[in-house]
Ligand binder design. Structure first.
Ligand code: HEM
Length: 543
C-alpha cells in the first residue's frame, strides 16, 4: 500500500466518523424536538374543534406501528367521514366525504395543488412532475401531458404488444414445465421492459432474463424503508425541509438521508444523458421519422412549448396563465423519465398480479374475458382502437383496481385558509385521502369485498358518483399514466389468456380458499409472494 493510499483511507475514515458524529448529533436534536413537539399536541388541543371539525383526543402515538389501515377505519367508523387530526404537530384532515373531496380535488383545486411533502432528494427524480408544486407543477404538467394523450399512445402500443407476447411465451413455457410462477416478479419484468423501451429507448428482454441491471435498479430506485431509523429521522425532518436538503448534501456519500438510491440514480441518469444527447445530434437526419417513444415525445413537446407552440393533442385540464417559455431543463426531462419507473413500474405490476389472481379464483369470469378476446379481436396484434372494444376486459381491470388499489392513499396541502360548508381548512393543513376505504365503502359499492366486474357496466357506472372510483386520483392532478396502465394491462390479458389459463392448485399461494394478505402500510404489497399456476389452452395461438 502506498502512502497516498493510506492517506486516502485515513481521510475516508475521518470523513465517515465525522459523518457519523454529525448524524448522531442530529438524531439527538431531532429526538428532543420530537418529544417536545409531541407533548405540545397532546389532547386538549382544540384547533380543529374551533374550525368546525370533529377532533378526537387521540394518544400521540396512535398511528405508531404498522396497522395504519385498521386505525384509519376505526377513526372513520367512530367519528364520521371528516376527522381532524394532529400527527407530529401537523394538522391533518382525514376525509372520505365525496362532496368535500370534489371541492378539494376539483372545484377548488387551485387551493390544493401541492402534495403534503417533497421527496427528500437532490436527484432529478425530486424535480419531476409527481413532486412538483404550485406553478412549477403547472409548467411540468403542461409539457408532459401531451406525451400521454390517447393519440400518442398508439405509437407506444406496438412496444407494449411485443412485451405482452414475450410474457405470454414465458407463461406458456411455465405451463409446459408445470412450474408455479411468482407472478409479481413476472409482471414487474413485463412492466419494466415496457418502461425501458418507451422511457429510455432501450430494447430489453427482461421477461426472460434471470437478472438485469436496469430491472434491479428500477425495483430499488427508492430506498424508503418504513421501519428504518433513517425513515424515522426523515419523518421528523419533513417539518424542517431546508434541513433535509442541507443534510442530503452533507451526507450524500453515505446515503444517510437520501430517499433515492444513488447507485440507481447514477445508472439511469447516465443512460438518459447520453440518449438525449444522441437524439439531439441525430434530430435533423430523423426529422421525418415518426415519434415512437416517450422520450422523443417529451423532447418534442418541450421544444414546442419553448417555441410557444401548444400541442393540439394536449388533453390536460386548463391551467392558470403561467410562463411556459422556459419549458423543462435537462435535469427535469431526466426526472420525468425516471418518474415513469417510479410511478409506472410497481403500480402496473401490482395490478397485473392481482388481476391474474382474481381471474384464477373466478374461472367463470376468466372464461368470459377469453370469449370476449377471441370473439372481438380479429388481429393477432390488436391496435389501440381494437382494444377499446374489450368492454368486459376493461370492467375486470377496473374491478381489480377498486378492490386492490396499488396506491392506497394520497394527500394534498392547503395553500390558504378557506371555509367549505362550515368546515374551515387552515393554510398548511394536509388532507389525507384513504382510497382503499372509499373503494370498499358499502354505501358506494354493495357487497364491497365481492369481485364483481359488472359494477363497471355503463348502466351501473351511470348510477354512481364518479368520485367513487378514485384509484387514479381525481381532477387536474389525476394520474397521467392511467391510459398507459389500462393499455399495458389489456395487452397482457389479451396475449396471456389466448395462450394459457391461470389456475390455483395445491402448489399456489395463497392456499386454496384464502385471499392475498396485504401489508397495512405503504403501497399495496402482499405479505407473502403470490404464486400462480398456468395451463396451456388447446387452441392457444403460438407466435
Ligand atoms: C394501475 C396503475 C396506476 C395507478 C393505480 C396509478 C395511480 C396514481 C395515483 C393515485 C396518482 C396520484 C394522483 C393524485 O395525486 O390525485 C398518480 C399520479 C401519477 N401517475 Fe399514476 N398510477 C398508475 C400507473 C401509472 C403509470 C403507468 C404511469 C406512467 C408511466 C403513471 C404516471 C403518473 C404520474 C406522472 C402521476 C403524477 C401526476 C401529477 O402529479 O400531476 N401512473 N398515479
Amino acid at each position: 500500500m502506498t502512502s497516498t493510499d493510506s492517506w486516502t483511507i485515513l481521510s475516508l475514515m475521518s470523513c465517515v466518523s465525522c459523518s457519523t458524529c454529525l448524524a448522531a448529533s442530529l438524531v439527538v436534536i431531532l429526538l428532543f424536538y420530537y418529544l417536545f413537539s409531541s407533548r405540545s399536541v397532546e389532547p386538549n388541543n382544540d384547533d380543529w374543534s374551533r374550525l368546525g371539525v370533529t377532533y378526537p383526543n387521540l394518544p400521540s402515538r396512535f398511528f405508531a406501528g404498522t396497522n395504519f389501515r385498521q386505525q384509519v377505519a376505526l377513526l372513520i367508523e367512530q367519528y364520521g367521514d371528516i376527522v381532524g387530526l394532529k400527527i407530529t404537530s401537523r394538522m391533518w384532515l382525514l376525509t372520505t366525504n365525496l362532496d368535500l373531496l370534489r371541492t378539494i380535488m376539483i372545484k377548488d383545486f387551485n387551493n390544493f395543488v401541492d402534495r403534503a411533502d417533497k421527496l427528500n432528494s437532490n436527484t432529478p427524480l425530486a424535480r419531476c412532475l409527481f413532486f412538483a408544486r404550485g406553478n412549477d407543477w403547472r409548467r411540468h404538467r403542461q409539457v408532459v401531458s401531451p406525451t400521454f394523450s390517447s393519440g400518442k399512445l398508439k405509437y407506444i402500443s406496438k412496444s407494449v404488444d411485443v412485451s405482452a407476447k414475450r410474457l405470454a411465451d414465458y407463461l406458456a413455457q411455465c405451463a409446459q414445465d408445470g412450474t408455479v410462477v411468482p407472478i409479481k416478479d413476472a409482471s414487474a419484468r413485463y412492466s419494466c421492459e415496457i418502461i425501458a423501451k418507451v422511457a429510455f429507448g432501450l430494447d430489453a428482454k427482461f421477461v426472460k432474463k434471470e437478472s438485469s441491471e436496469f430491472y434491479e435498479h428500477g425495483k430499488n430506485m427508492l430506498v424508503l424503508n418504513p421501519g428504518s431509523i433513517t425513515s424515522f429521522i426523515l419523518m421528523l425532518m419533513h417539518r424542517v425541509p431546508k434541513l433535509v436538503y442541507t443534510c442530503n448534501k452533507i451526507f450524500r456519500s453515505v446515503q444517510l438521508f437520501e430517499a433515492v438510491n444513488l447507485k440507481a440514480n447514477s445508472y439511469f441518469q447516465d443512460i438518459l444523458t447520453s440518449t438525449i444527447e444522441a437524439r439531439r445530434r441525430n434530430k435533423s437526419s430523423e426529422s421525418d421519422q415518426k415519434h415512437v417513444d416517450f422520450l422523443d415525445l417529451l423532447l418534442k413537446a418541450n421544444d414546442n412549448i419553448k417555441a410557444g407552440r401548444q400541442d393540439t393533442e394536449d388533453e390536460g385540464v386548463s391551467h392558470e396563465k403561467i410562463d411556459l417559455s422556459k419549458g423543462l431543463d435537462d435535469e427535469e426531462v431526466i426526472g420525468q423519465s425516471m418518474l415513469v419507473i417510479f410511478a409506472g413500474l410497481e403500480t402496473t405490476a401490482t395490478s397485473l398480479q392481482m388481476c391474474l389472481f382474481e381471474l384464477a379464483k373466478h374461472q367463470e369470469i376468466q372464461e368470459k374475458v377469453y370469449e370476449e378476446i377471441t370473439s372481438v379481436l380479429a388481429n393477432e396484434t390488436p391496435t389501440t382502437d381494437d382494444l377499446q372494444k374489450l368492454h368486459y376486459t376493461e370492467c375486470v381491470i377496473s374491478e381489480t383496481l377498486r378492490l386492490h388499489p396499488p396506491i392506497p392513499t394520497i394527500n394534498r396541502k392547503a395553500k390558504e385558509t378557506r371555509t367549505y360548508n362550515g368546515i374551515t381548512i387552515p393554510k398548511g393543513a394536509c388532507i389525507m385521502i384513504p382510497f382503499w376505504h372509499i373503494l370498499t365503502d358499502p354505501k358506494l359499492w354493495p357487497e364491497p369485498h365481492k369481485f364483481d366486474p359488472e359494477r363497471f357496466s355503463q348502466e351501473e357506472k351511470a348510477k354512481r358518483d364518479p368520485m367513487a372510483f378514485i384509484c387514479f386520483g381525481q381532477g387536474p392532478r389525476l394520474c397521467l399514466g392511467m391510459r398507459l396502465a389500462y393499455l399495458e394491462l389489456k395487452q397482457a390479458l389479451v396475449h396471456v389468456l389466448r395462450r394459457v389459463k391461470v389456475v390455483l392448485n395445491d402448489k399456489t399461494e395463497p392456499k386454496l380458499g384464502c385471499d392475498v394478505e396485504v401489508k397495512q402500510f405503504g403501497l399495496l404489497t402482499p405479505v407473502k409472494p403470490v404464486l400462480l399456476a398456468f395451463e396451456k389452452r388447446e387452441s392457444g395461438a403460438s407466435h
